[in-house]
Design a protein around this ligand. Structure first.
Ligand code: IVH
Length: 709
């Protein structure tokens, strides 16, 4: 007979356990930073289950036994590594490396030259992917090296992980990373949604891969770089598995492994060298350390690996590390600086962000002079003050972060920062909403917001106007040349005036006009993103564009404030729908949208929007390679590449017999000659625009080989 009434002590204990479990789970799933061990978690969880078994009324919907931190309480299935996933020993100096090489010599007994392969140490999380006869059968995280988590479904969502690899059987190991640009984009989206930000790309990659719902992983952009193959024979030595082909038997060096991985279709780092002597290796280390900030992904050192796999085997491993490899870490990127001022910055949606202005300081080769303090609550919690000396860190290489103020050095007269109550730009009273961290300026005519909107409009993920960034926009706005985003496309009218402005010659105006004209064509998702609707970042814009399919549908919904229909889309919530409606309730936003994209009565807009339907339907260039040559004026090379890819093709740089089509601009030279010689179709850039702008004609005719005559 079950106990129906739990006394207060029991209820309190249950509540305490529930609260602790929820917090641990959040750390584990959302911030990817487990605060206790699995065993401790299980013990607390079991106590909670025992209480609920005895007092079933405690088992509410909110109980961690039903859901934990918004996800199912169960964790991942365990995956055993038949060959353990070891870790790498760290080196911090050239002496450490010399010692390592000495050790390698001693144990291997080799006196002559030993080759090393040097690879970047990617800063993500390692994963092991198992293939059987060419099929991806399972994938796991490293875990403690012996037992990891089964993340097969999540790995399957990573675009660049080959799902089929000829008839290969064995395990491929590598690093799952989030590229810096994807990380920044994800955090921007999370900021718009009022969600907690990831501290760095590594945490974001780990948090994204270790999701119980693979749909969430799929919505994040992850990249896999492979660095080793565990052959079937090795796996057999460690287990009783009997699989057929043994791929790696023919591979005798680490370099050959990387080559083989590439041939199988895996991405491998392109920053790899083989070194025979130490000074060459140190040069490489220094070169990559310098490039570090500019790389697309984070790295935190250089891995030295003995190239010859037979020597590797001879060296073997200790319990924790292989003896053939070592990671020469880059020095930690920390620095100190002084907070000169704290300013309240107005964002494009009116959110006020406190930003610390710092005495410029170089961290890892990049000069930092500003750091965000996130929001009012965060600033109050961390109590960073003007005049403080602070320790800075470049979080995972990307964003400068203030770690903490050095309290011992704080001057006695220092006072906490007083958050403004009015907008620093327009003076309107700021709105502080109850459950939101953000404090807002809600004046839609606030100039700071208008300028931020314009900067957003031309940014890389939006109209991507080459050569027109923040500085250019501020300048054009101050000069009164542009007031709204549609003015950007009318800039030609201001040619005369611009040419007369100090510092602007004929040529720079010409370049500006050219790059603006080159950006007149845009896909629907980028267009939606460019409008700058609160909460609608790049990922959300894609969902919305896929839902509406065409600009006309989008406009109709916007003009009639039917944002609620967006709630049908998985991943779009009521708050997005509300923001959509609120945005278009503002007549001037609707007016600008119509000016840009055209109106409901068929009046043409000043830009061309490529509907989703047409791009989806058309395999216009399916599997074909297209070469652009000469000076193309109507669109940028990046846009050309993007469109070709959207239509299923590939933009190539050289003309061969396999080239499908050559688009030739003015002054095309050798490539054009080559195309003519090979009898490849050549079209003008205007033809190209017409074809991709006019979806239906382009599709059927191109398929029949008629469109380009
Ligand atoms: S080789 C014995 N190569 O570093 C493990 N590891 O600290 C040998 N890592 O768990 C792995 N880049 O996640 C190797 N080019 C690279 C690497 C790399 C990053 C990671 C890997 C490993 C950790 C060890």
């Amino acid at each position: 007979m079950k106990n129906l009434v739990a006394n207060t002590d029991i209820r309190d204990r249950h509540a305490e356990l529930a609260q602790r479990l929820n917090s641990y789970s959040k750390q584990y799933y959302i911030f990817d930073n487990p605060s206790i061990s699995d065993a401790e978690y299980d013990a607390i969880y079991n106590e909670l289950l025992a209480l609920e078994k005895e007092f079933p009324q405690l088992q509410s919907k909110e109980s961690p036994s039903q859901k934990v931190g918004g996800v199912d309480a169960k964790r991942f299935k365990k995956a055993i590594h038949t060959v353990p996933m070891l870790s790498l020993e760290n080196a911090y100096s050239e002496t450490d490396i010399s010692d390592f090489i000495e050790r390698v010599r001693k144990i291997s007994g080799i006196e002559g030259v030993i080759e090393f392969v040097l690879e970047p140490k990617l800063d993500g999380l390692s994963a092991s992917i198992l293939y059987k006869e060419g099929e991806l059968v399972s994938a796991a995280t490293r875990g403690d090296g012996f037992i990891g988590e089964d993340v097969t479904q999540n790995i399957l969502t990573i675009g660049n992980v080959p799902k089929k690899v000829m008839n290969f059987s064995g395990e491929v190991r590598g690093e799952v990373v989030m590229q810096k640009a994807d990380f920044l984009e994800l955090n921007e989206q999370r900021r718009l949604n009022g969600e907690k930000l990831f501290a760095n790309p590594r945490n974001a990659a780990a948090g994204s891969l270790r999701q119980l719902d693979p749909a969430i992983t799929a919505s994040r952009k992850l990249t896999f770089f492979a660095y080793s193959i565990i052959a079937d024979s090795q796996m057999r030595e460690n287990s009783r598995s009997t699989t057929v082909s043994d791929f790696s038997i023919t591979l005798s060096t680490q370099l050959a492994v990387l080559q083989a991985l590439q041939d199988l279709g895996f991405a491998v780092s392109d920053k790899v060298v083989v070194c025979k002597d130490q000074s060459e290796a140190f040069e490489f280390y220094k070169k990559i350390e310098k490039q570090r900030a500019e790389l697309e992904y984070d790295i935190d050192g250089i891995v030295y690996k003995v190239n010859d796999l037979s020597i590797q085997r001879k060296l073997g491993s200790s319990a924790k590390f292989p003896r053939h490899s070592i990671a020469y870490k880059f020095s930690a990127e920390k620095a100190q600086s002084m907070v000169l001022d704290i300013v309240a910055q107005v964002g494009r949606t009116g959110n006020i962000t406190p930003v610390a202005e710092l005495a410029p300081v170089s961290i890892g080769g990049v000069v930092v002079s500003r750091a965000t303090l996130h929001n009012k609550d965060e600033l109050a919690r961390r109590d960073i003050r003007v005049g403080d000396r602070v320790v800075l860190q470049r979080a995972g290489d990307v964003i400068p972060q203030i770690m903490y103020p050095i309290l011992e050095e704080r001057s006695s007269g220092s006072i906490p920062f007083c958050f403004p109550t009015t907008c620093p730009c327009c003076g309107s009273v700021l709105l502080e909403e109850k459950d939101e961290a953000a404090i807002k300026c809600i004046n839609i005519n606030c100039e700071a917001q208008l300028v931020e909107k314009l900067i957003h409009f031309v940014s890389r993920q939006a109209f991507n106007i080459d050569g027109l960034g923040e500085r250019g926009i501020r300048f054009l706005y101050e000069k009164g040349v542009i007031k709204s985003s549609s003015d950007i496309f009318r800039i030609e009218k201001q040619r005369g005036f611009l040419e007369s402005v100090d510092g602007w010659g004929k040529q720079s105006v010409e370049n500006l006009v050219k790059s603006i004209n080159a950006a007149r064509m845009i896909t629907l998702d980028r267009f939606i993103y460019a409008l700058g609707i609160p909460r609608i970042g790049t990922a959300m814009s894609k969902l919305i564009a896929n839902f509406f399919k065409s600009y006309n549908n989008f406009l109709e919904s916007a003009a009639n404030r039917r944002g609620d229909e967006l709630c049908q889309v998985k991943g779009v919530g009521v708050s997005v729908a509300n923001d959509f409606n609120r945005f278009f309730a503002n007549e001037s936003n609707l007016k600008i949208t119509r000016e840009l994209g055209g109106d409901e009565n068929g009046a043409k807009g000043i830009v061309t929007i490529i509907d989703v339907e047409s791009t989806e339907k058309k395999g216009l260039f399916s599997g074909q390679s297209i070469v652009f040559t000469g000076s193309i004026e109507k669109f940028s090379r990046d846009a050309a590449k993007e469109f070709v890819e959207r239509f299923g093709g590939k933009a190539a740089s050289s003309v061969s017999a396999k080239t499908f089509l050559v688009v030739a601009g003015k002054n095309a030279g050798q490539k054009l000659d080559q195309a003519r010689k090979l009898g490849i179709r050549v079209i003008s850039e205007e033809d190209f625009l017409e074809i991709i702008g006019d979806a239906d004609r382009g599709f059927s005719d191109a398929k029949n080989g008629l469109a380009f005559e």
